[in-house]
Design a protein around this ligand. Sequence first.
Ligand SMILES: Cc1cc2nc3c(=O)[nH]c(=O)nc-3n(C[C@H](O)[C@H](O)[C@H](O)COP(=O)(O)OP(=O)(O)OC[C@H]3O[C@@H](n4cnc5c(N)ncnc54)[C@H](O)[C@@H]3O)c2cc1C
Length: 155
Amino acid sequence: MERSGMGDELNYVPTDRATLQTKVKENIFAIGDATNIPASKAGSVAHFEGEILLENILRYIKGEALKEEFDGHANCFIETGHGKALLIDFNYTHEPVTGTFPFPGVGPLSLLKESRMNHMGKMAFKWIYWNMLITGRHLPFVSAQMTEAGKVFDE
Ligand SMILES: Cc1cc2nc3c(=O)[nH]c(=O)nc-3n(C[C@H](O)[C@H](O)[C@H](O)COP(=O)(O)OP(=O)(O)OC[C@H]3O[C@@H](n4cnc5c(N)ncnc54)[C@H](O)[C@@H]3O)c2cc1C
């Protein structure tokens, strides 16, 4: 397969971690597994990056200042077996936090803690993925940037 020549020594595209503008050409922006930013190579990261990428491409075309807003946010279920799962939420500056999601103090999902409810959440996400995410609808209670409500942050 022919390569673009945009990759670094590991073949990741050098990219600004906050604006998602590449450092190779100012009119090229990058998201997902292709970038060299210090975020997880995960579907949720590519999804959250997409919101900032779209905004910044439109700003670039209009000659406006880019938003330096991507914070490395990742939010992922991890199946742990026996009908349970973990839910992890983190960004560039915070290791996976504890707390509740999406409702502060209520949940029903618990962060960084194995539970049956998290597994149910993962199963429900299958429907949400195919019927909302892929169709481009906004997901309620989930934001591109990591929110602090209901989460415990160690200093
Ligand atoms: C086995 C596995 C399990 C995973 N499980 C999870 C999970 O549970 N949760 C999670 O959040 N993430 C998971 N991931 C990671 C997630 O799939 C990736 O982070 C995400 O798909 C990255 O999206 P992307 O659009 O950057 O790249 P991709 O989804 O890889 O899309 C890149 C596309 O570009 C195409 N392409 C490549 N080269 C060219 C070319 N030269 N010309 C044209 N097209 C080209 C490819 O065919 C592909 O369709 C998993 C990954 C793997 C491999």
